[in-house]
Design a protein around this ligand. Structure first.
Ligand SMILES: Nc1ncnc2c1ncn2[C@@H]1O[C@H](COP(=O)(O)OP(=O)(O)OP(=O)(O)O)[C@@H](O)[C@H]1O
Ligand SMILES: [Mg+2]
Length: 250
């Protein structure tokens, strides 16, 4: 188990957005979190990545208690996150976006600015990451001019520049064409199978979630109503009820 969330709660005033949630994620797996709008999925992500502090409960990453750590420290310890709204700098070209992320990681680690001699290494590393996500040949394309699917690939490349062990993605397939969704799904699988990373995704495309995931946790009204392998989730009565008017068809 690489991530262990226990009894975590967060309220916004009277609203219990996340209520006594447990989540355990095994290393080198794809673990999806699904549930209706407002179920608390993004809030749970915010609790795991340190964007907000839990009122109660603990978060352990690699057996270390990281509860309440700030996002930067979380990132340094190996937790990366991609956003629904992309973290790409649109006016910079593709490789410069990745190089920027590598430099900021190195700056964090060393607390000193890089000598110029290391700059070549940064660009080599950036090129290597772009190869992994299938953006080779597009290094000098201005990010704003990338096709939609490739924007998400660049997002993932920027995440990889932090050298994470765990990567969290909030709705990585949102607003994409079927073809682009397949590309990004392939990338997510690659992160697990080739790089050995652990991937936690929040996603509304239940069909894709069923195909991609090793394990699925279902949230509703701030609580976990089921956590199991995809086949078991498919047959779960409480989950079917939660999706009665929704997209739970596959
Ligand atoms: N900063 C905030 N202040 C007040 N209420 C919030 C805040 N963030 C989230 N909420 C509320 O908490 C509940 C859970 O929201 P959250 O964004 O975690 O849901 P979600 O499962 O990610 O939904 P979606 O699928 O629509 O993205 C919602 O009722 C939301 O309105
Ligand atoms: Mg959300």
């Amino acid at each position: 188990m690489i991530l262990n969330v226990q009894h975590v709660s967060k309220n916004f005033g009277a609203l219990q957005a996340v209520n006594n949630v447990d989540l355990s994620v095994d290393a080198s797996t794809i673990h999806s979190i699904i549930g209706p709008n407002g179920a608390g999925k993004t809030t749970l992500f915010n609790l795991i990545t340190g964007a907000i502090r839990p009122v109660r409960g603990t978060v352990h990453f690699k057996d270390q208690d990281v509860t309440g750590w700030r996002p930067q420290r979380m990132a340094e310890s190996g937790i990366a996150r991609t956003f629904q709204r992309t973290s790409v700098f649109p006016s910079l070209d593709v490789i410069e976006n990745v190089a920027l992320a590598i430099r900021s990681r190195q700056k964090l680690a060393a607390s000193v600015w890089l000598p110029n001699a290391r700059e070549g290494q940064v660009m080599d590393e950036a090129a290597d990451i772009l190869l992994k996500v299938g953006l080779q040949g597009r290094e000098r394309v201005v990010a704003a001019n990338l096709a939609h699917g490739y924007q998400r690939s660049l997002d993932i490349a920027i995440g990889l520049a932090l050298e994470p062990e765990l990567i969290l993605m909030d709705e990585p397939l949102a607003g994409m064409s079927r073809g682009d969704r397949e590309t990004v799904a392939g990338l997510i699988t690659m992160l697990r199978d080739t790089l050995g990373l652990t991937v936690v995704i929040v996603e509304h495309d239940v069909g894709m979630v069923m195909r991609l995931s090793d394990r699925i946790t279902v949230m509703q009204n701030g609580t976990v109503i089921a956590s199991a392998a995809p086949e078991e989730i498919r047959g779960n009565e409480a989950v079917r009820k939660a999706y009665l008017h929704g997209s739970f068809t596959e």
